[in-house]
Write a protein that binds this ligand. Structure first.
Ligand code: AMP
Length: 213
């Protein structure tokens, strides 16, 4: 099964993706995670992407599309994937169509997670991430199982620089201008489920699963 999840930053795409991967035995393909890995390891891509990410802007399409060409062919995605954070522009969506066609794959469902902007800001200020396994937590809504320690055993749980309020506001503007047109784009192709993401995470998950089956 190949899925795509679209929604503003902080809508819960990462958390829902993890749960969907477990249920359907597929792999998460999160461009933000891949980019952060490259920034951390100071690769050429990481060095090129760093300043865009820190200011809440999108990394140029060309860099992202090239990165995806290599990524999507990895054996880990052979059983299926959930795209989280890609595509983010119409140009990326067109490139994805070409890639999928080339490799004989299709998207089974496009999930749109809807959350009002004021809720996003509240959520993101509380978001924390495990530096070891990238698992996402929220200090109030989804705290780590043990105080300050991730379920993977690592205790280095941090706040992303781009989760600070002024950067979140910028990222929401970027989402509205560049990514939200994808909703109409995929609506015209069918296979779309619009899900209210402003709800308990298990309720959101159940609604997504019901819309898939
Ligand atoms: P995310 O973790 O998905 O919120 O992504 C974090 C940051 O990485 C974004 O604010 C962008 O700067 C960059 N990024 C991730 N995915 C993409 C993409 N598909 N296109 C352009 N920039 C991206």
């Amino acid at each position: 099964m190949n899925l795509l999840i679209i929604g503003p930053p902080g809508a819960g795409k990462g958390t829902q993706s993890e749960m969907l991967c477990e249920k359907y035995n597929i792999s998460q393909l999160a461009t933000g995670d891949i980019l952060r890995f490259n920034v951390k390891n100071e690769t050429e891509l990481g060095l090129q992407a760093k300043s865009y990410m820190a200011s809440g802007k999108l990394v140029p399409d060309e860099l992202i599309i090239n990165m995806m060409k290599d990524e999507i062919l990895k054996p880990v995605y052979a059983n299926g994937f959930i795209l989280d954070g890609f595509p983010r522009t119409i140009a990326q969506a067109d490139a994805l169509n070409i890639l999928l066609e080339e490799f004989g794959k299709t998207l089974d469902k496009v999930i749109i997670l809807k959350v009002p902007n004021e809720k996003i800001i509240e959520r993101m200020s509380g978001r924390r991430i495990c530096r070891s396994c990238n698992r996402t937590y929220h200090i109030i809504y989804n705290p780590p199982p043990m105080d300050g320690e991730c379920s993977c055993g690592n205790s280095d749980i941090y706040q992303r620089d781009d989760d600070k309020e002024e950067t979140v506001i910028k990222r929401l503007e970027v989402y509205d201008a560049q990514t939200s047109p994808l909703v109409e784009y995929y609506k015209s192709k069918g296979k779309i489920s619009e899900i209210n993401g402003d709800n308990d995470l298990n309720a959101v998950f159940l609604n997504i699963v019901n819309s898939i089956s």
